[in-house]
Design a protein around this ligand. Structure first.
Ligand code: HEC
Ligand code: HEC
Ligand code: HEC
Length: 427
């Protein structure tokens, strides 16, 4: 009996030591890997860093509305509480003024701050860990050229127990291994460049993949997309959602660069990604991303739970919905949902309308939206907000109609789901 207890205690201590070792061990990284991205001739290291920081979209999180560029303070709402991004400018007290290129590499590659503390994965270092050391150094060199702005770090407002940073030891042991991108020798250079951009610098999976209850991306077990800021980021490998395997490459490039493509328009957080980041990517890097995205093994997102609308009510909802559509929507989207590109996207045969997750169409109808203004689409047309004109039932009716008219095969939308989407942070 006593012996069994001793063995059990030893096993427990062994397991704890393993967790601490896995969660805290440092990893210098494979610094022999050089970036697969080519620098156009004549660019300085700082200019290259500027390009990388843009394509990595550091701005989106590290600049608050009305604040100085990269001075932090933006609130990032998550199911675990609200995070506030830190200041990346070279201010010695509140920013990265006292940091070295090694400290910066440790943050990007290992997710650890200068003092060794573990960083929350709301900072997508789980993607940035794939970056090469030369790219990390170039980004740091660029950040050092920014004006130093004094902007004190705001405390995160996290729920218990997530406010205990040391618990990240266990999270990292379970879900994180540092590792620089390793090129796949079976693929060509352009594909590898695209994989580096999509998996690493562009951190697409940070939004586009489902997370488990502890906030870890879990694409291996669950091919669904992810929820981000109350929008649904559809699965990038699923042709029924955001998969583009069947698109011509030029259309993929147009979507990423211009924010619109035939039959698709970027909304909400994706519009911001295009605006802040992807429209600045080089033609070669856009082509690389399209090459990689086209090669993804198509997946089928899991079926969603049963819709909470009684079947007998659906016909009535659709009937009312068709009247609302004729009055409020047809002038732009056409009597038969055919759209009037580029002014308004088609709703017929548009997967953004029929996707199982109805949050995006609901949010667009409630809050309206603009595709991003880009060189390829300089004056985007807007969709007006209907949140104050239409009731929850009206929105449910018009979307239930839109999702099933003209050959569309989407599920009904309930008034309760619309009500849930009236709350929450706006994008
Ligand atoms: C999705 C939002 C998001 C994006 C995108 C993002 N960050 Fe962050 N970053 C954060 C948050 C939140 C933290 C704070 C994490 C913490 O407190 O543990 C952070 C922390 C950091 C830190 C550590 C600072 C410190 O004081 O320890 C560095 C360095 C950093 N980010 C650099 C970058 C760079 C460079 C990029 C672009 C390549 C980037 N971040 C993109 C959200 C983001
Ligand atoms: C900040 C979160 C976020 C990031 C980062 C992000 N996306 Fe998205 N993406 C979304 C959301 C939300 C949608 C759904 C709204 C829409 O259709 O625009 C979306 C939609 C898409 C679509 C489908 C568009 C359509 O209508 O068919 C594609 C393709 C896409 N994203 C590609 C990418 C790629 C490639 C990257 C990385 C370079 C990326 N996204 C990074 C949030 C994000
Ligand atoms: C004034 C013209 C206009 C009216 C009226 C209008 N829309 Fe839109 N709609 C747009 C534009 C422009 C977009 C693209 C917005 C974007 O990309 O952010 C859009 C986007 C959408 C989308 C998302 C499609 C996609 O590809 O992502 C849906 C769903 C939608 N509208 C439904 C409706 C419904 C339902 C109504 C009526 C209640 C309506 N719209 C009324 C102009 C309009």
């Amino acid at each position: 009996m006593k012996r069994a207890l001793i063995i059990l205690a030893l096993l427990g201590a062994g397991a704890a030591a393993l967790v601490f070792w896995l969660g805290l061990r440092s990893d210098p990284g494979d610094i022999s890997m050089v970036s697969p991205l080519q620098t156009p001739a004549g660019l300085s290291v700082e200019e290259r860093g500027h390009y990388l920081v843009r394509v990595g979209d550091c701005m989106a999180c590290h600049t608050r509305q009305g604040g100085a560029d990269y001075a932090g303070g933006r609130m990032i709402p998550t199911p675990f509480g609200d995070f506030y991004s830190p200041n990346l400018t070279p201010d010695p007290e509140t920013g990265l003024g006292n940091w070295s290129a090694d400290d910066f590499w440790k943050a990007m590659h290992e997710g650890r701050s200068r003092d060794g503390s573990l960083l929350y994965p709301a900072f997508p270092y789980t993607n940035y860990t794939k970056l090469s050391r030369d790219d990390s150094d170039a980004m740091f060199a660029y950040l050092r050229t920014l004006p130093a702005v004094k902007e004190a770090r705001r405390e995160h407002q996290l729920q218990f127990p997530y406010n205990y940073r040391f618990l990240l030891v266990g999270w990292r042991a379970l879900f994180f291994r540092p590792g620089v991108y390793q090129p796949d020798s079976a693929q060509d250079e352009q594909w590898n460049r695209g994989a580096y951009l999509v998996q690493g610098l562009g951190h697409c999976s940070a939004c586009h993949e489902a997370r488990n209850a502890l906030g870890a991306v879990q694409s291996r077990d669950n091919p669904a997309g992810g929820l981000v800021l109350n929008w649904y980021a559809p699965a990038l490998a699923a042709p029924a959602e955001a998969g583009v395997q069947h698109w011509p490459k030029e259309d993929i490039v147009r979507l990423l660069r211009d924010g619109i493509a035939p039959g698709a328009s970027t909304l909400g957080p994706m519009a911001e990604v295009v605006y802040e980041s992807l429209q600045h990517a080089s033609a070669q890097d856009l082509d690389a991303m399209a090459t990689y995205l086209k090669s993804l093994e198509p997946t089928q997102p899991p079926a969603r739970g049963a819709v909470q609308v009684p079947t007998h009510a659906v016909d009535d909802m659709s009937k009312r919905g068709s009247l609302i559509y004729a009055e409020h929507c047809a002038s732009c989207h056409g009597d038969a949902g055919e759209g009037a590109p580029p002014a308004a996207p088609a709703l017929r045969g548009n997967r953004a309308v029929t996707m199982a997750a109805a949050v995006n169409p609901i949010r667009v109808v409630l809050f309206g939206g603009y595709a991003p203004g880009t060189a390829g689409n300089p004056r985007p047309f807007g969709m007006p907000p209907f949140g104050s004109t239409l009731s929850n039932q009206d929105v449910a009716d018009v979307l239930t109609y839109t999702r099933s008219a003209w050959g569309n095969q989407g599920s009904p939308v309930s008034a309760a789901e619309v009500a849930r989407n009236r709350q929450g942070p706006l994008w």
